[in-house]
Write a protein that binds this ligand. Structure first.
Ligand code: GLV
Ligand code: MN
Ligand code: MN
Length: 408
């Protein structure tokens, strides 16, 4: 086994270990500010220390390890969707630690506490805090059990009143490794690819409020069935998603939720993405009008709440060129991609030049327990990151404190 393979195997064994730290027995679910996330953070903190990094947590619960006076940040996230795969987020954190251990210059690794938004509907809570884009109003949001974000964060050891202190200025770069979550690299038969841009996304919560009633006694023409209105709109959402626009209703709650009761209230999530912000914004406006029209025709009230909107982000041309040079130097054909998935790099672009490296994953499957990567591809990603960390120094002026390898 080569040294690169051994490092990659360690990364994959660590992904396996983290997959056991879950909120739900038998499947991986690890949401923001939960005991499972705390447990994962503790394991990762141990590995950071073994790699010579000095660790701390910031006010929003991100875990940060640094060696020296670093201005070069590597990282990804430790939270997951429900019934997740074991590599989305975690692979990037663990590859970053592997590279940081050998990096020729000071480097910092961040394990973000929330990228998916599974618990509160708001994506990027961790990186939004670093980017100075954390909206304090989010702290009032409640999860499905009614727990306010501020209370969950306090319980987790964070400090909702001090989120502003997590902001990071003066970073020279943020670099993220992530599984591709799509089929392009597999199709092109390459282990890694370089990301040029990350598509923008809008998340909304759409409520249809009609009137509950007895399923046996309320005549059909007198009903104000919230679920039928919602269903008509969901089909309209699918029909609107053409020309590269993707739109998803991934969550639905029906109240009161009994087989013999006309549904009185339905709350849906909506996720809309496109590489051009204007296209996404126009589509969202049209989908809102459509929901209101369907509601008016069915005497169902519609409330539209935009939860979050993030623009399309272009990766730094300089850093991306360095990353591409590292891919080529490692002997791989250069494949560039636009990411349809959201990533912490999209938020970090607010305060730093960003670059991203994708790793091939089997069948392009992600957000699913069947997520899978090959050890050789992970070895290739570590190799590329090693090379990047050596050469990037010649492209951007990373500060050298002369205290290499020492914790301050
Ligand atoms: C995160 O995985 C997202 O793209 O929603
Ligand atoms: Mn994800
Ligand atoms: Mn991710």
């Amino acid at each position: 086994m080569t040294d690169a393979d051994a490092r990659a195997r360690t990364v994959l064994e660590r992904c396996d270990a983290l997959a056991q730290l879950t909120e739900e027995p038998g499947r991986l679910t690890r949401r923001f500010a939960t005991p499972a996330l705390r447990a994962a953070g503790e394991r990762v903190e141990g590995w950071m220390r073994e790699a010579g990094l000095q660790t701390r947590r910031d006010a929003v619960g991100n875990l940060i390890g640094r060696r020296g006076d670093a201005a070069l940040l590597l990282g990804s996230h430790l939270d997951t969707v429900r019934d997740a795969g074991r590599y989305d987020g975690m692979l990037g954190v663990l590859v970053a630690i592997a590279a940081a251990e050998r990096a020729p210059r000071p480097v910092e690794v961040v394990a973000f506490a929330d990228e998916e938004g599974t618990r509160y509907g708001t994506a990027y809570l961790g990186s939004a805090a670093l980017a100075g884009r954390f909206d304090p109003a989010w702290l009032e949001r409640r999860d499905a059990d009614g727990v306010a974000m501020a209370d969950a964060l306090r319980e987790f050891g964070g400090d909702p009143e001090a989120i502003g202190s997590a902001r990071r200025d003066g970073l020279l770069a943020y670099v993220e490794v992530h599984i591709e979550q799509g089929p392009v690299l597999e199709d092109r038969d390459v282990p890694v690819g370089v990301v040029e841009a990350i598509a923008g996304q809008t998340r909304a919560q759409v409520t249809f409020a009609g009137a509950a009633g007895h399923a046996g006694t309320v005549p059909m023409e007198m009903r104000r069935d919230a679920l039928v209105a919602a269903a008509e709109w969901i089909v309209a959402v699918e029909a609107r998603a053409t020309g590269g626009l993707v739109a998803t209703v991934g969550e639905a709650s029906v109240a009161p939720g009994a087989s013999n009761v006309v549904p009185g209230r339905v709350v849906l999530s909506l996720d809309v993405r496109h590489g051009e912000d204007a296209v996404r914004e126009t589509a969202c406006a049209e989908l809102r009008e459509r929901a209101e029209a369907i509601g008016a025709a069915r005497r169902v009230d519609v409330v539209w709440e935009e939860v979050q909107a993030t623009p399309t982000v272009t990766c730094s041309p300089d850093l991306t060129a360095s990353l591409a040079a590292a891919v080529t130097a490692a002997g791989h054909p250069l494949v560039t991609l636009i990411s349809g998935a959201g990533h912490d790099a999209a938020m970090m672009a607010e305060v730093a030049p960003v670059a991203m490296l994708f790793v091939r994953c089997a069948g392009g499957v992600s957000h699913d327990p069947a997520e899978s990567v090959e050890v050789q591809d992970v070895a290739a990603a570590i190799d590329v990151l090693d090379r990047f960390l050596s050469t990037v120094l010649y492209r951007v002026p990373i500060r050298d404190p002369g205290q290499e390898g020492r914790s301050e």
